[in-house]
Write a new protein. Structure first.
Length: 445
């Protein structure tokens, strides 16, 4: 059987923007550098009043289907990954399919539709489902449409408010893909955790500091589990390592620990020994505390080395280009990290066909997953078709007072009327409520 992977990708950002250092920081009384340097964020995307997870997902999917010349007949399943759903029974994929049926000839009656939930890792899990469906030979030659769509809002005043975002990523999963082929090897780190959850509530209950530690712990387990099936990893083996990016500062922490793990027992550790010593070994320390202190000291020194900084600039920094401008898109986040890296490779005219990506997904609650992907022959054409920079450029720049209203409009418990900030054109828009409480949508020419 030929390989299975991501054949095409489209990204749709919410059409509003909150400038974090310029607009948010002064209102909060914060130093703008907390955002740009600490968290690594410049702006967050928000949905306009007529946008939501359905319109953003349907708009991304429509662009993807048009660009690839697809009809509903070509799609055998539609899986939506989201943690912002507004219906506990009817999946978002049915709403999105309904939207697409307004503009494409034919229908999706034959397509298996579902909704995946496991915080931010659900987008990757939906890709897995599609992969397994195709590998099992149940797809009848059809491709799967996977849509990761979220409006990531936190309670006003929550520390997470700095890391909000909204947007959708549509991906076509198919045999003989044009963009990346997925490895069958995967590693998991999964554990019952209460770091970030939404027990029947719209805004998350978050233990922010702990969530950072849980992310790192589960990611480490996933990497070890991945190595148990794929063999030991080496930093030079991967051209990029896109990771779930709630904010770039989180990935900065994860990358350093990942690098330390990967260089252990390699020529890189040896080469660095004169400068920063060898990594501490647990068996050489008398107590666990002594070992942990030594590891911290080594890691701090590693961060400043030329080798690490060059690897980070090459392998990690490019994955953050889009996140920096749009914030956390939850289920879509790791998928914009992959797109950002490939986009940078295209801009830098890199020859990366056949190169490998190490992809780390994460969802609170909590689970990390790691696999690798191989860049395919058609990657340049696929990435050249993205217009995320133009979309970001076109966003309406909110004042703080406008941001407060937008937050209220998207709060399910509030009923406020706010004028739209942008004009919908050639896109799906929210069109009010139906008689059974369903949300309705129309295509605006
Ligand atoms: P906070 O307390 O507002 O920020 O919350 P802080 O004081 O920790 O500062 C943040 C960073 O900026 C720190 O860097 C500061 O030092 C630095 P660090 O020490 O950690 O490297 N800083 C500055 N740097 C330069 N100049 C300055 C300056 N001031 C400060 N002047 C927190 C931060 C992440 C806790 C908060 O934003 C939060 O709760 N976010 C939401 C939770 C989250 O994103 N967690 C991430 C891991 S969990 C995850 O990824 C899953 C998730 O996506 C959900 C899902 O799976 O569904 C969230």
């Amino acid at each position: 059987m030929t390989g299975v992977g991501i054949d095409a990708i489209e990204i749709w950002t919410g059409k509003l923007k909150l400038d974090l250092p310029g607009t948010f920081a002064p209102e909060k009384g914060d130093d703008p550098a907390k955002y740009t340097k600490g968290l690594g964020l410049h702006a967050s995307s928000f949905p306009d009043t007529y946008e939501d997870i359905v319109t953003m997902g349907a708009n991304a999917a429509k662009r993807l289907m048009e660009r690839k010349g697809l009809t509903p007949e070509d799609i055998g399943r539609i899986d939506v990954a989201t943690e912002s759903a507004f219906d506990n029974s009817k999946p978002v994929s049915t709403y999105i399919a309904g939207c697409l049926e307004q503009v494409f000839e034919g229908d999706f009656r034959h397509a298996n539709k579902g909704e995946r939930k496991f915080a931010c890792v659900a987008g990757t899990q939906s890709i897995d489902d599609a992969y397994n469906w195709i590998r099992a030979g149940r797809n009848r030659g059809r491709a799967a449409l996977v849509i990761a769509t979220d409006t990531a809002l936190y309670e006003r005043g929550d520390p997470g408010e700095a890391t909000q975002g909204a947007g959708a990523v549509a991906m076509l999963i198919d045999e003989d893909p044009s963009l990346v082929e997925l490895s069958p090897e995967q590693g998991y780190g999964s554990m019952d955790e209460t770091d970030f959850l939404k027990p029947n509530q719209q805004f998350p209950s978050v233990d922010g500091k702990r969530s950072v530690q849980v992310y790192l712990a589960r990611m480490r387990e996933a990497l070890t589990d991945y190595e148990s099936v794929a063999g030991k990893t080496h930093p030079e083996e991967y051209v990029f390592a896109p990771f779930h990016t709630p904010f770039p500062g989180m990935v900065r922490k994860a990358a350093l620990l990942g690098y330390r793990h990967m260089i252990r027992d390699t020529e890189i550790e040896e080469a660095l020994a004169d400068e920063i010593g060898m990594q501490p070994r647990e068996e050489e320390c008398e107590t666990e505390e002594e070992y942990l202190d030594a590891v911290r000291e080594y890691t701090d020194a590693l961060k400043g080395t030329e080798q690490y900084r060059a690897w980070y600039a090459r392998t990690i920094d490019p994955t953050l280009d889009i996140s920096r401008e749009v914030g956390n898109w939850y289920t879509g986040s790791v998928h914009i990290a992959r797109a950002a890296a490939l986009k940078r490779a295209l801009e830098d005219d890199m020859d990366i066909e056949g190169a490998k990506l190490l992809v780390g997904s994460y969802g609170s609650g909590a689970q990390a997953e790691i696999h690798h992907e191989t860049v395919q022959e058609g990657w340049q054409e696929e990435i050249a078709a993205l217009n995320i920079d133009e979309q970001n450029e076109r966003r309406y720049d909110l004042s703080f007072a406008e941001y407060e209203k937008v937050h209220q409009v998207h709060n399910h418990d509030e009923d406020v009327e706010v004028e739209e900030f942008t004009v919908p054109e050639d896109e799906f828009a929210f069109d009010g409520w139906g008689r059974m409480g369903e949300r309705k949508y129309r295509y605006v020419e």
